[in-house]
Design a protein around this ligand. Structure first.
Ligand code: CP3
Length: 342
C-alpha cells in the first residue's frame, strides 16, 4: 500500500494539507549544510561521499519535516562522468571544458556506472535512514539543460551558446541529447531500484527555446528518458520540471508522459488549474516571496492554496530556494501551508 503523501499526490489524490518540499532544500541557507560542505572539500566530493551526501539530504528533513527528501547530488555529475573536467568555482558556479561538435563522437558513457556508484549508494542509505512517511526523490537534469552547460562550459544568462549550437548543428545536438538521455535513463533506473520513490527531471533552461526547438530538444529527449525508464520500471513516477515552458506545459506533460509537472512562478494560477485536470501539479511560489517574508509570503502561499488545493497539488517553490532565504521564513511557509498560521 502506498502511504507516502507525495506519491499519493503524484498519483492524482487531492490531499489537505498538500504535501510540501522545496527545490534545492539542502543547501547554503542552512548553517548545518555550510558546515558539512566545508568539511567535504569540494562540492563534487560532497556529492560523491555517501556519508556526507546522506547527511545533507537529511538536514532539511530533520529541521522542517518536509514530506519528501531529494537526493543530494547535482545534474552535472553526468558531464562529470563523461570526463568533461567539471568543477565548481565558489561564488561563480559550474565550469567545464566547452564541448565542440568534434568532441561528441568521443564521449564515452561506459564509465558512468562506476563513476556514479557512490550516488546510488547514497540513495540506498537514504531509504534506510528516512522516516517511513518521507518520500525520497531521485533526479537528473534534462538532456537539454545539461547540454547548455556542456556546450558553454559554464552557466550564461541566456545559454545562447547551446541555442546557436542547436540551430547550426541540429543533428549533432540530437546525437548529444540522445546520448545524455540514455545515460540519464540508466541513472534514474538505478536510483529507482536503489529506493527512490519517484524521480524529477530538471529542465531549468527549457524556457529559452522557441516552439520547434522545445519540441525537438526538450520534449523529445525527455520522452526518450521516460520511455526507457518505464520499460525497466513500469510504474515509475516521474516529475517533469520544464522551467519557463508556459503555454507548452500541457503538451509537455502529454507528449513526454511525465506524471506530474512542476510549475515556475510565471505560470498563472488559472492555467495551473486547467493543467490540474490532466494530473498533479507542483509549485509555484516565487522564491523571492520566501526571502521577503511577511505579507508577500502569506499572500503568495494563500493564492496557490486557494486556487489549487481542490485538486492534486504538491506545494513547492517555482524554482530553487536561494542561499539568502531566512530559515524563519521557511518555517512560516510550512505553518501556513499546513494550516497552523496564527
Ligand atoms: O536539495 C536539493 O535540491 C538536492 C541537490 C541539488 C543541487 N543541485 C545541489 C547544489 C539539485 C536537485 C540540483 C539541481 C541543479 N543543479 C540544477 C537544476 C535546478 C535548478 O536550480 O535550476 C542545475 C541547473 C544545477 C547546476 C548547478 N549546480 C549550478 C548552476 C550551480 C551553481 C549555482 C548555485 O546555486 O550555487 C550548482 C551548485 C549546487 N548544486 C549547489 C548545491 C547545494 C551549491 C554549491 C555549493 O554548495 O558550493
Amino acid at each position: 500500500m502506498q502511504t507516502r503523501r507525495l506519491i499519493r499526490a503524484i498519483d492524482g489524490e487531492t490531499l489537505d494539507p498538500p504535501p510540501v518540499w522545496l527545490m534545492r532544500q539542502a543547501g547554503r541557507y542552512l548553517p548545518e549544510y555550510r558546515q558539512t560542505r566545508a568539511a567535504a572539500g569540494s562540492f563534487l566530493e560532497l556529492c560523491y561521499n555517501p556519508d556526507l551526501a546522506t547527511e545533507v539530504t537529511l538536514q532539511p528533513i530533520r529541521r522542517f519535516g518536509f514530506d519528501a527528501a531529494i537526493l543530494f547530488s547535482d545534474i552535472l555529475v553526468i558531464p562529470d562522468a563523461l570526463d568533461r573536467n567539471v568543477h565548481f568555482v565558489t561564488g561563480e558556479g559550474p565550469r567545464m571544458d566547452p564541448l565542440t561538435v568534434a568532441d561528441i563522437d568521443r564521449l564515452d558513457p561506459t564509465r558512468a556506472e562506476t563513476h556514479l556508484a557512490p550516488v546510488i549508494a547514497t540513495v540506498a542509505r537514504l531509504r534506510e535512514a528516512l522516516p517511513q512517511e518521507t518520500a525520497l526523490i531521485g533526479f537528473c537534469g534534462a538532456p537539454f539543460t545539461v547540454a547548455t552547460y556542456m556546450i558553454a562550459g559554464r552557466g550564461t544568462p541566456d545559454q545562447a551558446p547551446a541555442r546557436l549550437f542547436a540551430y547550426r548543428e541540429p543533428q549533432a545536438m540530437d546525437q548529444l541529447l540522445a546520448l545524455l538521455a540514455d545515460m540519464s535513463a540508466e541513472y534514474l533506473i538505478r536510483q529507482l531500484r536503489a529506493g527512490a520513490d519517484c524521480v524529477q527531471i530538471f529542465d531549468s533552461w527549457a524556457g529559452i527555446l522557441d516552439e520547434a526547438s522545445f519540441r525537438r530538444f526538450s520534449i523529445g529527449p525527455t520522452r526518450r528518458i521516460v520511455d526507457r525508464v518505464r520499460q525497466a520500471v513500469p510504474d515509475a513516477r516521474i516529475i517533469g520540471f520544464a522551467k519557463g515552458a508556459g503555454s507548452m506545459l500541457s503538451a509537455y506533460r502529454a507528449e513526454t508522459g511525465v506524471n506530474m509537472i512542476g510549475l515556475d512562478w510565471s505560470v498563472p494560477l488559472t492555467q495551473a488549474r486547467m493543467l490540474q485536470k490532466d494530473g498533479a501539479v507542483q509549485g509555484n511560489l516565487d522564491p523571492l516571496r520566501l526571502i521577503a517574508g511577511g505579507a508577500a509570503l502569506d499572500e503568495g502561499v494563500d493564492a496557490i492554496l486557494s486556487e489549487l488545493k481542490a485538486g492534486p497539488l504538491v506545494f513547492n517553490l517555482g524554482h530553487g530556494i536561494t542561499p539568502d532565504a531566512p530559515i524563519a521564513h521557511v518555517e512560516a511557509l510550512l505553518r501556513r501551508v499546513r494550516g497552523q498560521a496564527s
